[in-house]
Design a protein around this ligand. Sequence first.
Ligand SMILES: [Zn+2]
Length: 428
Amino acid sequence: MSLLFKSFLNYICDMNILIENASQVVTCHTRGRKFKAGEHQSEIGLLINSSVYIENGRIKWIGKKLPVVLKKKHILKINAKNKTVLPGFIDSHTHLVFAGDRADEYSMRIKGSSYERIAKKGGGILSTVEAVRKASRNELLRLAEKRVDSSIGFGVTTIEAKSGYGLDTATEIKMLEVISKLNHIMPVDVYSTFLGAHAFPKDKTKDEYIDEILYEMIPMIAKKNLATFIDAFCEKDYFSPAQTEKIFRQGMKFSLIPKLHTNQFYSIGGVQAALSCGAISVDHLEVMTSKDINAMKGNDTIACLLPSVSYFLDIPYAPARKLIENKIPVAIATDFNPGSAMSENIQLVMSMAVQLLKMNVEETINAVTINAAAALGVSHNIGSIETGKQGDVLIFDTPNYKDILYHFGVSQLEYVIKRGEVIHNNPF
Ligand SMILES: [Zn+2]
């Protein structure tokens, strides 16, 4: 390594960032709470004409004028006059590792073709399974890398990704290895979820497949340390609440944390099964009875809503207002996947949360920052701009945070900063 290069590297590593004089800093501060619920979900901790200083990857100071004692040699200064600073967005529910293309299927569906007809013509989830089984690790990685990169461009600094398009041990492991590799090579954190219980494969009975999940997949995934979370699709004709619980309990024996796809089409007891296993989040919730809502009250479990699925499939939207009124913490995520939500644009999903879930702007911002962090169990470290937290910060080219949602369909995002490093810059 040349001396010049080495000193350049030291310079970069020593680099600290001062975001100076932002018109607004939306802190989403928690004051020690894990998430925001009820009326607190509208509190965003707004600071006017303020600066944020990030040192060694962590937020060191927030205020009006940087104290002399903190002034270091290597400070990258970003003039944030007329700009707005927010915590990095967190996409806590995606299926971004996949191969194949379902654009033709989408077109057929729009013209009125039924799911059964589409499946007969080779579409549906099993077509993605076939494509993922055929794809090499490198092909899957190359495709996923591009998608994570695109997510970063919309302000995502932490993302979750699930397996679930393998439905056999080898392919589920292959997908999780791709997610683990993404976490190493991409500048953002990528959390991994094992979703073997996404659907049933064609070539096995339901019991045979559940046994494979319980006794082959889970122990192997734990041994290889390939996932943080375990998930299932608890729905009529998919996994029952009893099957889901069995899978979760086995996962928990191997330290996997449950989160669940449930109540998308029917209320069949998925919420209750998830809560009985202490799930960190229950996701979807388009169909919620008052019994389901009552069961969620007073728990720390996050309701993770996915409005782009309702938009894309033309199904009912989750009752966000009812959940918030009942003090249930709400997160939102893209559910980026090739079948039911083909978009990684978290800002678009935020717009849907406001327009279609009837969440206010502040609730929506908390739903993709602090509450999304809580859905991944990391709200002590990310999700808000508070001293000591990781320096994951966005700078938007507007003096008013409300403009980010008001001016929909475009991104005014100028800087994406992860652990104190600029990882995306779009100069205006
Ligand atoms: Zn999903």
